[in-house]
Design a protein around this ligand. Sequence first.
Ligand code: F6R
Length: 364
Amino acid sequence: EKGEFRHFMLKEIYEQPRVMQAVLEGRTASGRLLEQAFGSEAGAIFDQVKQVQIVACGTSYHAGMVAKYWIEELVGIPCMVEVASEFRYRPVVLPEGTLLLTLSQSGETADTLAALREVKDRVLATLAICNVPGSSLVRESDLCLMTNAGPEIGVASTKAFTSQLVALMLTTLALGRRHGLSDETETELVAALEQLPGLLQQLLALDGPIEQMSAHFAEKHHALFLGRNVLYPVAMEGALKLKEISYIHAEAYPAGELKHGPLALVDKEMPVVAVAPRNGMLDKLKANLQEVKARGGELFVFAGCEESVQSEPGMQVIHLPAQPSILDPIAFTLPLQLLSYHVAVLKGTDVDQPRNLAKSVTVE
Ligand code: F6R
């Protein structure tokens, strides 16, 4: 039931602090990952993994794209990510030692299941990160890690995505142990994950300012989302949320691609949303933002800390609370979920049941 909330989507956004707790529950102890969380055979399999192939659709695909950055940075092994509808229909090369990692909220997505069935006999092992116990994906995979987010009713995926990200960080830790990730770093990362419930609770306090910001989008027909590095897939997820529930055409670009084409679209009718953390990429992103402003584009920035960027004419900034940078993809997602939600409410769309879409895509 929706309880005090107007829509399931809003309820599910607000459930995220609790969901973060649920996905971590029983998976860590004394600052370390408990590998049994993946099942009793997981350790022997993880020992042999030489690369990871991630396959998923939609929002789950975006979670997979975030994991590529994490796995290549923290584990140091190759990680490929592909949408299932492409992967299943081409002769893919799967080097020895490939772990096939499928991501799915429902565990019943036709293309993801077909991709799994297509290659399961040609890979070292299959791991499903999934939210529905007993789903086809879980039953047909060698290993699984449940996201424990509880039923997701809104068609637009919210808490399932952030819980997938936590599950993917746990997977990164399991693989990292075997490739030189130190105990100290693991403990640091687990400590960061344990801050998530509190952090997401703080982020929900941005709901008011984000609702005000949403008024600038309701009359527009297009929007651009920019991010770099691990926040590029987060920008993609922000754009997908806006299109599916508000029907505003939105596209995401890695900020560095702006001048390779999309800058031609920018004028005062094209709001640009940027996610700007405080890492080394910030200065580059700032230069990109100036390019947008110079063309009359209105900027809406979600920034990692007070010092990074300030509001000025043509640029509204919402600052996120300080947090360990490894949590950036999760932290920056929640405000973008709220933004698309409020824009959709202003436009009067059917938020929980957007036109033409089904919660579970069981046919291709
Ligand atoms: C977007 C959305 C879809 C799903 C996609 C995959 O909000 O919900 O893009 O993410 O259909 O679904 P699952 O994760 O169930 O495989």
